[in-house]
Design a protein. Structure first.
Length: 123
């Protein structure tokens, strides 16, 4: 069993690089029982999650992670990850703050996202 902090860091690096370059390629990180809450909408299942992410109304996006916290979430090796950071969307000059929580489940030699909760943080 690998170190949960390392797994969380590597997962987030991969996830955000993939998200920022081609959101439609995120499907292999989810399963049919996975759920995404994005702001106020909830979707479940790989196909619906990818459709939601790919259909977001912006062309370019860049995530900048400010904080990344991880904890073991069960004796089975689940990992809970909480990320805060900033999003640069399209050609906007001002970054938007966001929070995101991932519940990662071990799957062979890797992990998949069981829960994904995303919120913009308005101050």
């Amino acid at each position: 069993m690998s170190d949960f902090n390392t797994v969380a860091t590597e997962f987030c690096k991969f996830y955000y690089e993939k998200f920022d370059s081609d959101r439609s390629q995120l499907g292999n990180l989810y399963r049919e029982q996975s759920m995404l809450t994005f702001e106020t909408s909830q979707v479940q299942g790989t196909k619906d999650i990818v459709e939601k992410l790919a259909g977001l109304p912006f062309a370019k996006v860049a995530h900048r992670i400010s904080t990344l916290d991880a904890q073991p979430a069960s004796p089975q090796g689940d990992i809970l990850v909480m990320v805060t950071g900033e999003l640069m969307i399209d050609d906007e000059q001002n970054a938007q703050r966001y929070s995101q929580v991932f519940h990662l489940i071990p799957d062979g030699n890797s992990y998949y996202v069981f829960n994904d909760i995303f919120r913009l943080n308005y101050s």
